[in-house]
Design a protein around this ligand. Structure first.
Ligand SMILES: NC(=O)c1ccc[n+]([C@@H]2O[C@H](COP(=O)([O-])OP(=O)(O)OC[C@H]3O[C@@H](n4cnc5c(N)ncnc54)[C@H](O)[C@@H]3O)[C@@H](O)[C@H]2O)c1
Ligand SMILES: O=C(O)C(=O)C[C@]1(C(=O)O)C=C[C@@H](O)C=C1
Length: 363
């Protein structure tokens, strides 16, 4: 497609969308806007934007597509700014915000008829354009709240074809309820787990060194941008308060079970959680983003990592990360190798099966 695209907010999401747009529509001109000049500079160096503009006031009138990819409270300010500006008749305005109800209500109040709410359900705890990548949204759900703008939503999907995401339409209230449960609430819990652990750091100095494995896995998302999460939780306050109230009851129930040493129900607590968790789709992106990790159970001898990576290099399979799972010293180590795509992980599995007899497993 041809035309002028403006991306406001050149961070992880705005930057990644810019890369996808450029790949799929090389003829389109991408103009970037960001309050942080360093982000603009980096987006230019990385070839994500063709030009920059100071703000929407000086650039919006030429745009065919405007993507607002800032923290959600900033997005509200930008929507207010847009109402006063001359725009093309067929312009499409969309956002990437993690909440939809307040944004859609505001767009309606402001009579912004060209607005199609959007939310790519993929991301990371990393922020900023330096972390942007074209494959971020591959296979992920991309939620749209088009309201009455069905036609514009179809054109938006064409613009966003390079994301290779799976578009799903929903209502703003259903959106905020679902993302409250599977994204926003877990973020609150992850951050509160870290804050809880920090309280004990003074009396137990070894604690942070022991906080490996499960603790690191469950709290990864606590490293996300505080500004972004402040805005999300304040927007989705009602759903989150309900969820936290439910959580309080669940914790009280758990305390009660432990006080009573109720073996059967404590087992059932873990059993029912395991069953639901195990049944969630993990091979595709969605409720839980897939990381394309391959676990390799390697014997503990010097050079084993270079042996494994050597086989992968011979087959020209790129890896994005490699780490040793924190295990006790007296048992075999487990190498966790991460790949950019599912295809790379499958190729790596075949490669290592042909060269080694190490046990391989996919988490
Ligand atoms: N990070 C994720 O996992 C994720 C996933 C999906 C959706 N989202 C949503 O997408 C949006 C962007 O998130 P992100 O992860 O890219 O954040 P980010 O922090 O990486 O990037 C945000 C960018 O917006 C810029 N910015 C802030 N206020 C601005 C303003 N008023 N005008 C212009 N630029 C401004 C910042 O300087 C920054 O470069 C948020 O609404 C977030 O809720 C995030
Ligand atoms: O993987 C992560 O780090 C994320 O937090 C991504 C995640 C999520 O909760 O799934 C975070 C917020 C976005 O609105 C969408 C995706």
């Amino acid at each position: 497609m041809r035309g002028n695209v403006i991306i406001v907010g050149l961070g992880l999401i705005g930057g990644s969308l810019g890369i996808c747009l450029k790949k799929a529509h090389p003829e389109a001109k991408i103009v970037g806007i960001d309050t942080n000049p360093e982000h603009i500079q980096l987006a230019k160096v990385l070839g994500i934007i063709d030009e920059s503009a100071n703000d929407l006031t000086e650039s919006a009138s030429d745009a065919d597509l405007i993507i607002l990819s800032t923290p959600v409270q900033q997005t509200e300010k930008l929507l207010r700014l847009l109402t006063g500006l001359p725009l093309k008749e067929n312009v499409i305005i969309t956002d990437t915000g993690s909440t939809k109800e307040k944004i859609m209500i505001l767009a309606e109040q402001l009579n912004i008829n060209s607005f199609v709410g959007g939310h790519p359900m993929a991301g990371s705890h990393k922020s900023g354009v330096a972390a942007a990548k074209d494959i971020l949204f591959e296979n992920a759900f991309y939620l749209l709240t088009p309201g009455g703008n069905k036609e514009k939503a179809e054109i938006l999907k064409d613009w966003l074809i390079g994301t290779k995401a799976q578009f799903v339409e929903t209502t703003p209230s259903e959106h905020d309820k679902m993302t409250g449960i599977i994204s926003h609430f877990p973020h609150l819990i992850a951050s509160s787990l870290v804050r809880e652990a920090e309280k004990f750091q003074g009396e137990l100095p070894l604690l942070s060194r022991l906080a490996a494995g499960g603790f690191r896995d469950i709290t990864r998302i606590a490293s996300s941008s505080p500004e972004m999460w402040r805005d999300i939780t304040l927007h989705n306050d009602r759903n989150l308060i309900d969820l936290l109230e439910g959580w309080k009851l669940e914790m009280e129930h758990l305390i009660d079970l432990l006080r009573k040493q109720n073996e059967e129900e404590v087992f059932e607590f873990f059993q029912s959680a395991k069953q639901f968790r195990d049944e969630l789709p993990v091979r595709t992106r969605g409720a839980i983003p897939a990381f394309h990790d391959l676990y390799v159970d390697v014997p503990d001898y010097p050079g084993v990592i270079s042996e494994v990576t050597g086989y992968l290099a011979e087959d020209r399979i790129s890896i994005t990360n490699i780490r040793i799972l924190e295990t006790r010293e007296d048992i075999y180590g487990v190498l966790v190798i991460s790949f950019q795509t599912e295809e790379d992980r499958e190729r790596a599995q075949t490669c290592l099966q042909s060269h080694t007899d190490y046990d391989l497993f996919i988490p």
